[in-house]
Design a protein around this ligand. Structure first.
Ligand SMILES: [Zn+2]
Length: 242
């Protein structure tokens, strides 16, 4: 059996061709890592996809999109079904939700934004969590907390009585954090901004998401709010099916 073109395994390419990100994610998930299995399991849909992409190299983008349109409603419906399956599995994974590992946070963020998670992320829910977020946070901090305490005390000791009336140890600690900390926008693990091991300008080593400045932390979305969004969407989907 012919194997779908390599471009069909890129969500970005598919989104452009289908003019629909949900349809692209659904097709990518259905093809997965085993295109032959897709052909066996979904012969009708696979035949339509193959027919659509048979001459994809030779037809202009606008025509490619036009020919894809009959596929889009079915694929978008499959996206909704797959998303609901993944969301239900996530919400029943109590151990993982309690551990709140960075990869789990990334999965939650993807589903909360209406995307499908990767197969490997979903498979990870079927085994016990390896480490908790708190353990990873302790590793990322290193001796930062001890240094913070010592620095705050030294700055406090250096203030005269008049200056102490206009500040507090908490204020000095906040200033220290603003100077020294950065935070992952997805798993919220806190890292050091300064020093030889800084991760400034890099992605989070625990979940591969973008790291932001500590002073921007107010705009981060808490894990609980993302989970509530997923529950709400699942509830709305159930209502629509009644
Ligand atoms: Zn992270």
């Amino acid at each position: 059996m012919p194997v779908p073109a390599p471009g069909l395994r890129s969500v970005e390419v598919l989104s452009d061709w289908l003019d629909s990100t949900p349809a692209a994610e659904a097709l990518n998930a259905l093809i997965g890592t085993n295109p032959a299995m897709f052909l066996d399991r979904e012969p009708d849909l696979a035949a339509q996809v193959l027919d659509w992409c048979r001459h994809w190299r030779r037809i202009p983008r606008s025509e490619r999109r036009r020919r894809a349109q009959p596929l889009v409603p079915d694929l978008e419906a499959r996206h909704a079904t797959l998303w609901a399956q993944q969301a239900r599995l996530l919400l029943s994974s109590d151990e993982h939700l309690a551990a709140a590992e960075p990869r789990l946070c990334r999965l939650v963020a993807a589903l909360a934004d209406g995307h499908l998670a990767e197969d490997t992320e979903i498979d990870a829910l079927l085994t016990a969590p390896a480490r908790t977020r708190q353990e990873l946070q302790r590793d990322a901090y290193g001796d930062c907390l001890a240094q913070r305490k010592a620095t705050v005390e030294a700055r406090w000791d250096a203030l005269n009585r008049r200056a102490r009336r206009h500040t507090s140890r908490e204020h000095l600690a906040d200033a220290y954090d603003n100077e020294h900390l950065i935070i992952c926008g997805t798993c919220h693990i806190i890292y050091l901004k300064a020093g030889p091991n800084t991760l400034r300008q890099q992605d989070c080593p625990n979940c591969a998401s973008t790291i932001v400045d500590w002073t921007d932390r107010a705009r981060l979305v808490p894990l609980a709010r993302r989970l509530n969004g997923i529950r709400q969407r699942l509830g709305e989907m159930s209502q629509e099916l009644r």
